[in-house]
Design a protein around this ligand. Sequence first.
Ligand code: HEM
Length: 377
Amino acid sequence: MAKFSALILITVVRLAMALPAYESLVGRSASEINEYIAREGIAEIPNPPLPLVDGSIKLVNNPSHPFIPAGPDDIRGPCPALNTLASHGYLPRNGIARPDQIVTAVMEGLNLGNDFAKFLAYQAFLMNGNPFTNLMSIGMKTPETGEDPPLPAQVGGLSQHGTFEGDTSMTRLDAFFGDQAAFNEDLFQGFIATSAEYGFNGTYDINAAAELRYQRLQDSILTNPELVFNSPRIISAYSEAVFPTIFFVDGRLNNRQLTMDAARHFFDFQMMPADFHRQPAPVNFTMVDPLTKAIFDKHPFSPGSNQGVNNFVLQPETPPLADFCGIYHDIALRVVPDQYPNPTGYLREALNKNLGFLFDAVNTEHNCIQAFPYGSD
Ligand code: HEM
């Protein structure tokens, strides 16, 4: 918490230096600062947080991060991890956050490695956040992120279907069938049944993850006429299948076997189990990539989309799961420019900054060539 507060303080000081009016924000909560920025319209963009100084195991369901259920005005969305982090105060409890706050929260609260955290947070921000105010909703679209940039920008929040959020989720319906962001008990019963059948001692482990991921895709192919399962959705779908076997397991045990009780806490209650400890060391691409490859290898697929029920048409022009840099390029050169075709002035500057942060995240471990949709100056 001390680190989180220090970060907010540094940000406030930076803002105060940029605009004297911000001085009055010193001592305000993270949500109050975000609300102020949303009203003002334009924000300074802080650099991404550095890796944790102390990335060791730690009690994270602790007295300075008590669980408080989301209130009626607090936003929650499709990600069980971010929902939980907001309900424990690692993120602003109202569910509106800057991408750097998300990076800090997932590092501090769950011990996600710095690069992976930045990859997820800046990718999501570029698809779902507001580049003017540097704010993003972790759920539905809201005016609380400030005034939108011009269309076709969506600033839809993480629940916006067809961006980061996509089909075949484990505990959420496909958007075609209903609320794509809400926890769904029937699907969770499927999660339990698959874990009982394939996981060690009924836990959600890597074998259960491989089968559930496969089943969810097959089910959507058979039932959802509007199923889309291509880049960049495929990479989040596969990492999200693996993540619970790592990050939702208490770091003291760290056996990659998630009990149904802990799964219920995170997915449904948006709450860390009592006495929960984070991973014993930061978990980065080097650890997650082989696991996503392992579940892919059990049931390989090619990206595509349904043209009507049970008619999955392959899209060989889009990068497959194994082509990480291809997916990064797809995000930077197609997905982002689809929403921001010709940005100018501050908007272009903000997008370029965030694209730079995204590249930094993929550069260390994946060696991709940097993509410049808006020029490199
Ligand atoms: C770092 C920033 C993160 C962002 C921006 C993010 C965003 C998202 C989004 C947009 C979804 C919805 C995708 C979909 O199923 O349609 C999602 C799902 C999910 N996220 Fe996160 N996430 C982040 C970190 C994490 C972490 C650290 C975990 C660790 C366990 C995690 C676990 C999951 C899981 C398990 C799902 C799938 C839910 C389901 O399929 O039912 N996420 N996330």
